[in-house]
Ligand binder design. Structure first.
Ligand code: CAA
Length: 259
């Protein structure tokens, strides 16, 4: 799919790259971009894409929600704008496959929130992260107050949100926000490499593993462990499990079908 504002390209049997492309505004998220992103994320689900790499065109990943579009909003319009953004981030975070943010440059405000809605984040060593909303007299509105705390802990999230400071890829790795900082210009390549490694595993297992890991944010450990055992059991309803274990016994590579 190619909408002017996003480009969705299938790059292997079950992997796609989704590029936000509004480089003249550093890919800032206005209503049109949010709507194009939402449409692409629905298409990804329909088309049985199992790995999605998200990136930005030009020198930015996404430099935030569109400040020019927000400036004159009233309270109700701003609430609705935040909800629109949150719905898109929710579509991404609940994508049943694996999403990987390949952060090629600025990931600020709504851009950092977009990256945090992904399962994994790899970042160009020159990338800049931050939730600078307080500098504009507002707070993060596309999930930042909730997802950042879960990723880096409550106190560090508060420091980053209260100061609005920007920070680089190395610090983002140290904080546990980013998986890897990679050489300049290689974030997308590394994102695709990770996607290829995941594509080779049992697809049903990846799906159940993601659901189980997500529950770690929501449930206490006893209930989470019960759910893990159920999901483990459900893997044994799949042909992927039979194939994966048979291939091990027969000393050959598994040929998974995702069934
Ligand atoms: N919204 C709208 N336009 C933006 C934008 C944004 N978030 N970020 C950049 N742009 C536009 C600039 O206005 C500029 O457009 P013009 O040429 O028409 O003036 C163009 O993109 C290029 O930007 P700069 O000239 O500023 O580029 P730079 O390299 O000098 O600076 C930057 C880059 C440091 C990222 C700077 O653009 C910047 O600070 N951007 C704003 C970052 C920000 O505050 N993001 C948070 C937004 S609020 C939010 O996201 C709320 C939420 O959680 C929902």
């Amino acid at each position: 799919m190619s909408d002017d504002l996003v480009l969705l390209e299938r790059v292997s049997p079950s992997t796609a790259v989704l590029t936000v492309q509004r480089p003249e505004a550093l890919n800032a998220l206005n209503l049109d971009v949010l709507s194009a992103l939402g449409g692409a994320l629905l298409e990804v689900r329909r088309d049985d894409i199992r790995q999605l790499v998200v990136t930005g065109a030009g020198k930015a990943f996404v430099a935030g929600a569109d400040i020019k579009a927000m400036r004159d909003l009233d309270r109700e319009q701003a609430t609705e704008f935040a909800r629109r953004g949150q719905r898109v981030m929710h579509l991404l975070s609940t994508f049943p496959g694996v999403s990987i943010a390949a952060v090629n440059g600025y990931a600020l405000g709504g851009g950092m929130e977009l990256a945090m809605a992904c399962d994994l984040i790899v970042a160009d060593e020159r990338a800049k992260f931050g939730q600078p909303e307080v500098k504009l007299g507002v707070i993060p509105g596309f999930g930042g107050t909730q997802r950042l705390s879960r990723l880096v802990g409550a106190m560090r999230a508060r420091e980053l949100i209260f100061t609005g400071r920007t920070f680089g890829a190395e610090e983002a790795v140290r904080l546990g926000l980013v998986l890897e900082s990679v050489p300049a210009g290689t974030a997308l390549e590394r994102g695709r490499e990770l996607a290829a490694t995941i594509e080779a595993q049992g697809p049903m297992a990846i799906r159940w593993a993601k659901r189980a890991c997500q529950l770690a944010d929501e449930l206490n450990i006893e209930v989470g462990l019960q759910e893990e055992a159920k999901f483990f059991g459900r893997c044994f309803d799949t042909t992927d499990q039979t194939e994966g274990m048979t291939a091990f016994v027969e000393k050959r590579a598994a040929q998974f079908t995702g069934a």
